[in-house]
Design a protein around this ligand. Structure first.
Ligand code: UDP
Ligand code: MG
Length: 141
């Protein structure tokens, strides 16, 4: 079992696509173990995207991700990280496969609707930025 941090980004929230994005992940068979709506501040955005600090798109990315409310969620499932990345599609929506979230709903490489962790190490780090251990809800009896 793997866990991944998913963000429904501000453009998706503004366009009313939160439901369809969450629904696609649920339909894939992934289980929600935590979820909240919030607005990221600059400090959280810079920590979440620390790996991209110094890149040309970093400042724009921080502006964008803090530009409105988001939904942060943790999804769990077998090979959840790869499954979610595949369901999201490539970073650039123009290169994302039709049928993926970005391939079906996006055009812009910055405003690409959704975030999913890219490795187990990233997932652990990212989940801890948004959720305390007690906020991860168990499904077992
Ligand atoms: N991004 C951007 N310009 C780029 C590459 C990325 O604005 O040339 C933004 C985009 O919102 C992307 C985020 O930065 O989702 C993080 O980039 P990453 O390469 O980690 O892509 P992801 O893992 O989200 O597919
Ligand atoms: Mg990434």
């Amino acid at each position: 079992m793997e866990r991944s941090l998913v963000l429904v980004k501000p453009d998706a929230m503004r366009r009313g696509l939160a439901g369809v994005i969450i629904s696609r992940l649920e339909q894939r068979g992934l289980k929600i173990v935590a979820m909240k709506m919030l607005r990221m501040d600059r400090a959280l955005a810079e920590r979440h995207y620390a790996v991209h600090r110094g890149k040309a798109f970093f400042d724009g990315l921080v502006e964008y991700i803090t530009s409105g409310p988001i939904i942060a969620a943790v999804f769990e499932g077998e090979r959840a990280i790869e499954a979610i990345r595949q369901t999201m599609g490539a970073t650039d929506p123009l290169k994302a496969a039709p049928g993926s979230i970005r391939g079906d709903f996006g055009l812009n490489i910055q405003e690409n609707l959704v975030h999913g962790s890219d490795s187990p190490e990233s997932a652990e780090r990212e989940i801890s930025l948004f959720f305390s251990p007690q906020e991860l809800v168990g499904w077992e009896k």
